[in-house]
Design a protein around this ligand. Structure first.
Ligand code: TXA
Ligand code: MG
Length: 325
């Protein structure tokens, strides 16, 4: 049974604030994906996030801030982190930094780590944090292991029976989660490719990103994640009869006429458009009832790295799924 109210962003502020003040969660639009937000200093609210998502407790959450002053109260910035924050915030970049001791963040948010992931979102989220005066912990607004939601309707379909309010800001503009970068001793490590291309970050930082992960640091890094109900087959040169096809660019894979359903991420081969369409198109094809979604090859440059990352996780064997407690 759906209990969530869906309110347009323009009229949702007071209701959202009241729920957050009361230790409840609210689904909010950001420029990347919808977030399931709670006051990051309120343990009851943060615990609700894990309960609603069915998320394993060891996964730390991103703390979202309204401005650089709030960020500086939570974490220790070196000159490189400051430069990246000034260049890309507000926007789809998350910085993992040393925590400032006594910052008031509930330990459930950081899963007890001595680092904290920070991001400054655009739009309604940023305004909400400024009004609340405290950071918001917000993972993507989807059940653990499922596709991230890029519309209010997708949030309501997944979590609508478990939350009170979905703030509707329309379809998100970026469509992929933020890029996560860890900064240690002047070095940058890419923990998760996302809405800002690695090349852009390297250009602003003046240093190369390293990609070698030491163990699982961001659960987006678990093999199976972002999984639709159907099986996913990437890099498909041919489409088998009855498969759904997720296309990219002007040319179609062989046998496309026999596809059970078809969506094109971008007719013109534009990777930004493809990123924005990715999750909604996967959900559409999943709803078509096809057992398998074949995906045409996507180039790896720019946002293609993050798109391929999400697709390969969706295609990974499901027994590795990060599906909660
Ligand atoms: O675009 C986004 O980033 C969206 C919107 C809502 O802001 N949020 C999002 O959150 O994708 P979530 O929780 O689905 O992914 C956050 C990732 C997780 O993979 C988590 O492990 C990682 O950030 N993370 C959080 N804190 C960390 C830390 N201290 N060190 C390393 N990774 C961390
Ligand atoms: Mg997520």
């Amino acid at each position: 049974m759906r209990v969530a109210e869906i309110l347009a962003a323009g009229e949702a502020m007071e209701r959202a604030l009241a729920l957050l003040e009361g230790g409840d969660v609210v689904a909010i639009p950001t420029e990347t994906v919808y977030g399931l937000a709670a006051d990051a200093t309120n343990g009851v609210g943060v615990a609700r996030i894990f309960e609603v998502k069915g998320r394993p407790r060891f996964n730390p959450l991103i703390a979202h801030v309204a401005d650089l002053a709030m960020a500086a109260r939570l974490a220790l910035f070196d000159p490189l982190s400051k430069r990246l924050a000034q260049t890309f915030w507000p926007g789809p970049l998350t910085l993992v930094l040393p925590q400032r001791p006594g910052n008031g963040i509930h330990p459930l948010v950081t899963a007890g780590l001595d680092t904290i992931a920070l991001r400054m979102p655009k739009g309604f989220g940023g305004e909400l944090i400024a009004r609340l005066g405290r950071p918001l912990a917000a993972p993507s607004a989807n059940s653990s292991g499922r596709i991230s939601a890029t519309t209010a309707e997708a949030v309501a379909a997944d979590l609508g029976s478990r939350i009170r309010l979905v703030v509707d800001g329309g379809a998100t503009s970026v469509g992929l989660e933020s890029t996560i970068v860890k900064i240690e001793g002047g070095k940058l490590r890419l923990l998760r490719p996302g809405g800002i291309a690695a090349e852009e970050i390297e250009a602003a930082a003046g240093v190369k990103l390293s990609r070698g992960a030491a163990g699982i640091e961001a659960p987006g890094m678990l093999a199976s994640h972002y999984a639709p109900g159907a099986a996913v087959r990437v890099n498909a040169a041919k489409v088998a009869k009855g498969e759904a096809l997720l296309a990219f660019g002007p040319r179609r894979a062989e046998g496309w006429q026999g596809a059970a359903a078809l969506r094109n991420l971008s007719e013109t081969g534009d990777l930004r458009e493809a990123a924005a369409n990715l999750f909604a198109h996967m959900q559409d094809l999943d709803r078509s009832g096809a057992k398998t979604i074949a995906v045409e090859p996507i180039p790896f440059d720019g946002l293609g790295e993050a798109i391929n990352d999400r697709l390969s996780r969706a295609a990974a064997p499901r027994d590795k799924i990060d599906a909660g407690p």
